[in-house]
Structures are given as C-alpha cells and as structure tokens.
Design a protein around this ligand. Structure first.
Ligand code: ZN
Length: 113
C-alpha cells in the first residue's frame, strides 16, 4: 500500500469520517489521505480518530484485510473495556460515545507520561 497524498485539511463542506462514520463538520480540520491499494482510494478521518488509530497502534493489528471501520470500532471498544470496569464500559458503548471517551482516556494517559 502506497500513500500518494496525506494532508491535514479544513473541511469546506461536511464529510464523513471513514473510521467512525460520523460527520466531519464544515470548518473542522481532518486528515485526507489518498492511498493506492488495488486502485486508488481516498480516506478521510477526524484528527481525533486518526489519533486513536495511531495511539492504539492499530496498524500493527493489521490482518489480511487491514483495519476497516468495523474493526476500528471494535478495537476502540476493547480498549475501553480494558481501561474501565464492565458497567462503565457498557454504558459508554450503548450510548455510542466510545470514540470520545477513548480519545479522552488516551490524552489523559499521554499527559501523565
Ligand atoms: Zn471519526
């Protein structure tokens, strides 16, 4: 897999994050990557999602299919389940805020290092 283009851009219209599937709001900074892997495709992501991906070393989890949006969420959930107790983790996963929480936990961890 080759990276043709990798930029931090400011959204001039709303986009969809290819990791979490949520909206990248107009005016928000996001990462725009163009990859070659059996064809050319574009990958857009929140800086937050990109941060989580890198912090959790998801590129090292890579299996034959690579990490996609589904496995991304799965890894985020696993991380939360490792970090928090079962009840807390389940409540977070139920209300869909796992990306937000994982980001906060990782940032806190980074700050205490
Ligand atoms: Zn995202």
């Amino acid at each position: 897999m080759d990276i043709l283009n990798d930029k931090i851009r400011k959204a001039n219209k709303p986009h969809k994050c290819d990791w979490c599937g949520c909206e990248i709001a107009k005016g928000e900074e996001y990462r725009d990557t163009t990859l070659v892997n059996d064809g050319i495709y574009q990958w857009k992501s929140h800086l937050k999602c990109d941060y989580i991906f890198n912090k959790l070393n998801m590129d090292s989890y890579d299996d034959a299919d690579g990490v996609n949006a589904d496995t991304y969420r799965e890894y985020v959930r696993e991380y939360i389940q490792d970090e928090l107790n079962m009840e807390e983790a389940e409540a977070i996963i139920c209300d869909g805020s796992e990306i937000e929480v994982a980001y906060t936990l990782l940032k806190r961890e980074e700050a205490t290092k």
